[in-house]
Design a protein around this ligand. Structure first.
Ligand code: MG
Length: 353
């Protein structure tokens, strides 16, 4: 019996699936400001696999420049090298460095080989976090989003004067509906002293976590982040520090007690690392990598499959592209499983022709 199963496994792994791919360069509706400058066009690839039965699946490789992942050029070269067909064995043999392409191909593979039938529990839903602009404009946006029903808010800090921003935090908390949670995202902008000042201030306030208070490339960053997580009651979240699954693994080895912000689109064949995070009961926030509806659907499916404590999703990014056909679900305080399943990757594929 076991020999038979082994044979079946080898057969399945070696069966070639037809591979096609389309590159994209899509304008954002509004340029995105990042630590690496202003970002106005999203570049990546959508892949399509078709099995012997004719069933197909789609996936997206959406690398973010400056996040330690591969470039669109490397993805294009690898896809060209793979040619017109690819086996599971070849996908699994892709180097770890090509995490975005691994994510695309494993997603497409899973879909092309999935058993028929709809998603379990289509009425399941998850909350979304509302994004607030930096500085004082956050106050007005918080009121509007609060009225719309959002209860988790994410505020960009470390942008203006630290003293002004600290003073503004209490006004912002006062503007939020009762029972709301505030996430602060510093994007690594603070030094250790500034970070301690903020964490002291957050201690008795409804702050869910402080995200990336210190950048991953700052001197002694790992020890400093671990120290902050140990010394203050408000959890610390890692985002820029954990963009690849190798980095997630390293922080898991270290016993990181805080939150992991996961961008599934960047973390490779995500099932292995997701299982490890689950086993270690890690606190996880699923987050957008500013991908199209194809990658967003795959990332959100993972979020729905996650068994841990449901936290508000970091997917409050839409509408995102100049051409709305590439956008994920309509932005609302909650996202339903059925909203995710109704995203149509074929529409994106056709639009890229
Ligand atoms: Mg972040």
């Amino acid at each position: 019996m076991s020999a038979l199963w082994a044979l079946a496994g080898v057969y399945c792994c070696r069966v070639p699936y037809l591979l096609s791919f389309r590159s994209y360069s899509l304008a954002f509706r509004a340029p995105v400001r990042t630590a690496h400058g202003v970002w106005s066009r999203r570049e990546g690839y959508v892949v399509r696999l078709e099995g012997p039965s004719g069933k197909s699946g789609y996936g997206e490789a959406a690398p973010i420049p400056g996040f330690g992942v591969e470039t669109p050029k490397e993805i294009g070269a690898t896809l060209a090298r793979l040619g017109e067909s690819v086996s599971r064995e070849q996908i699994d043999a892709l180097p770890e460095r090509l995490g975005c392409l691994q994510f695309a191909l494993t997603t497409a593979w899973a879909e092309a080989t999935a058993a028929p039938g709809g998603a379990a529990d289509p009425g399941a839903y998850l909350p979304l976090a509302a994004l607030l602009p930096a500085g004082r404009p956050a106050l007005a946006t918080a009121v509007v989003k609060g009225e719309a029903g959002f209860r988790t808010f994410k505020w960009k800090v470390g942008v203006g004067d630290a003293g002004d921003e600290l003073a503004l935090m209490d006004d912002l908390i006062a503007a939020l509906p009762t029972g709301s949670k505030l996430r602060l995202d510093a994007n690594g902008a603070w030094n250790f002293r500034q970070a301690t000042k903020w964490l002291e201030r957050c201690a008795e306030r409804p702050v869910e976590f402080v995200e990336q208070p210190i950048g991953p490339s700052a001197k002694g960053a790992e020890d400093a982040l671990a120290g902050l997580a140990a010394d203050y009651p408000t959890p610390v979240a890692l985002d820029e520090s954990v963009s690849t699954s190798e980095e997630i693994g390293r922080w898991l080895d270290r016993g990181w007690p805080g939150v992991f912000v996961l961008k599934p689109a960047l973390m490779g064949a995500s099932s292995a690392i997701a299982r490890r995070l689950q086993r270690q009961k890690a606190a996880v926030v699923f987050s957008s990598a500013l991908e199209t509806a194809v990658g967003a659907r795959a990332a959100l499916r993972l979020a729905f499959a996650w068994g841990g404590e449901p936290r508000a999703l970091g997917f409050g990014v839409w509408p995102l592209f100049s051409d709305a056909i590439f956008d994920g679900p309509h932005l609302a305080p909650f996202i339903r499983r059925s909203d995710v399943e109704s995203l149509d990757p074929e529409r994106v594929w056709t639009a890229l022709a």
